[in-house]
Design a binder for this molecule. Sequence first.
Ligand code: BJW
Ligand code: ZN
Length: 244
Amino acid sequence: MPEADLEVLRHRLHQSRDVVVLTGAGISAESGVPTFRGPDGLWRQYRAVDLATPQAFQRDPRLVWEFYQWRRQLLAPLQPNPAHRALAALEQRCPRFTLITQNIDGLHALAGSRRIIELHGNIWHLRCTGCGQVREDRRLDLPPLPACQTCGALLRPHVVWFGETLDPAVLAAAYAAVAACDLMLVIGTSGLVQPAASLGYLAKQRGAFVAEINLEPTPQSDLYDLSLLGKAGDLVPRLLPAAR
Ligand code: BJW
Ligand code: ZN
């Protein structure tokens, strides 16, 4: 990793008034969270259409719930890593800072980040398929088909499955942050899932400086001003002035 690129980015960060960061599964990989599309990715072992679509839930809610219960158990003991913590520290140093994450694991909040837009929801929140109520629920011993305390209807994970639209208010907040920023970091995402994949390009179109941090190049790398190849847990902390 050329130290010169890191220095350019540190300098840009220092100059920027409005910073947006978009994160994906790669930022949580070093905490032990499986990614979706890597060699050990979830979608290599399981078919997304069987587990992460509204049709799958309608067809076999018990199977979909088994998948999410297993993932909740897997996530429960995991801790934020140095990349999550560095972003929380960066938020304190920037006049305006918005963290947009595709991750549903809740690790950014656990690391201390405050202004977080969760594009794809949160696995620790459950939503009623009847009355629509959303509640935090961290139990690891949920019944196989959990029911709403208010209306008795089936609960589902409050996450966004393929073919579902993102919450319009959440998406609007993400677009507004991206349109206003002067620097955007895109960290640990394959850039394959829309509409998140277009956010970096949108920032670029609006005149922002956009840098990517990833283990490998992505379909968007050439569109960005910088593409830093390496582990988020190594590179993101090195963006902080204290690491100079
Ligand atoms: C590291 C690292 C380390 C590893 N350090 N880096 C326009 C065109 C074509 C299709 C569509 C379109 N608009 C919508 C669609 C359909 C669909 C879509 O995009 N499909 C594509 C796959 C083609 N999108 C949707 O359905 C979305 N809805 C929508 O747009 O509604 C309107 C609409 C509907 C239907 C048709 C048209 C319009 C909803 C998307 C919901 C995504 N849901 C999931 C599951 C969430 C719940 C759960 O977890 O169970 O969200 S899928 C999964 O992918 C999850 C992630 O948030 C998302 C993105 O994955 P991410 O984060 O990028 O992870 P990976 O694994 O792909 O990549 C990890 C990266 O990290 C890699 O690059 C590694 O190299 C890197 N890495 N370790 C740094 N240590
Ligand atoms: Zn209900």
